[in-house]
Design a protein around this ligand. Structure first.
Ligand SMILES: [Zn+2]
Ligand SMILES: [Zn+2]
Length: 267
């Protein structure tokens, strides 16, 4: 079996978008995730001259097989009024960037409010953007009226659409799924309720918060409350062909990579 794996990388460097491949090359990874703009501002980011081409060129000569854009944290597809319009526009912008860059997936947190509104807003963003990139809704840790905490909610969000799901292990654990003790059982449930064929991307993070705590705080692999449960998860043959993205501080990339490779080799 073979999984693809890599990290979320910053685009703050001199090479902008293409910089993520410099990091992937240095680390020897096969998947990348990036923000196409600042994730905590509504401001759009205009690519510099040649930046799109540099990204495509760097990808063509490297080993990265899956690329993912993570949408802005401000996006709330369940919002109303101006916040809703801004959210749809921001997400459509990320989908357009993904199409320009040749990025396969855009991942977004559904937001809070009514589930049906989230579904509709996601469809509106897709309708505004060029076809090509697939939009994935990420499960969340919980809190407030957030949508997408349970697999059942995710299934309802994507039912009858072309949407997929991004499965974040930290968020699932914080939402009460026992990945520390029964990772295979959690995968069974994800498959039964959502369908693993609709989950092409997995955010592989350990959790600093306890099971069911609702706390969204990522920990380095093996150092959080999920611990060795993640080792069993990544060796599950049902993850074959999936892209695993780690979302921990860049300073720990080498350490997390060493842990992941040790786990995968220990199969
Ligand atoms: Zn996320
Ligand atoms: Zn995530």
């Amino acid at each position: 079996m073979s999984v693809l794996y890599g990290f979320h990388h910053s685009i703050a460097g001199r090479r902008g978008y293409a910089g993520v491949f410099d990091e992937a090359e240095r680390l020897g990874t096969t998947a990348v995730q990036l923000f196409a703009k600042s994730p905590r501002s509504w401001r759009l980011r205009r690519p510099r001259p040649g930046e799109i081409e540099a990204f495509r060129d760097a990808r063509a000569i490297g080993r990265v097989e899956r690329a993912v854009i993570h949408a802005s944290y401000l996006v709330n597809l369940g919002a109303s009024g101006e916040a809703r319009a801004k959210s749809i526009f921001s997400l459509a912008d990320d989908l357009q960037k993904a199409a320009l860059l040749g990025v396969e997936y855009v991942v977004v947190h559904p937001g809070s409010g009514e589930l049906e509104r989230v579904r509709e807003a996601a469809q509106e963003a897709l309708a505004l953007a060029p076809r090509g990139p697939r939009l994935l809704l990420e499960n969340v840790a919980g809190g407030g009226r957030k949508v997408g905490r349970s697999f059942e909610e995710l299934a309802r969000l994507i039912e009858g659409t072309e949407l997929g799901v991004c499965f974040d292990t930290c968020h699932a654990f914080a939402a009460g799924y026992p990945l520390h003790s029964d990772p295979a059982g959690v995968l069974d449930e994800l498959d039964r309720v959502v369908g693993l064929e609709r989950v092409p991307v997995i955010h592989l993070n350990d959790s600093a918060g306890a099971l069911g705590s609702g706390v969204d705080r990522h920990a380095n692999l093996g150092e959080g409350a999920i611990g060795e449960g993640l080792a069993r998860l990544v060796r599950d043959p049902r993850l074959d062909g999936k892209a695993l993205i780690m979302e921990t501080p860049a300073a720990y990339d080498e350490a997390n990579l060493a842990t992941l490779r040790r786990w995968l080799d220990g199969a």
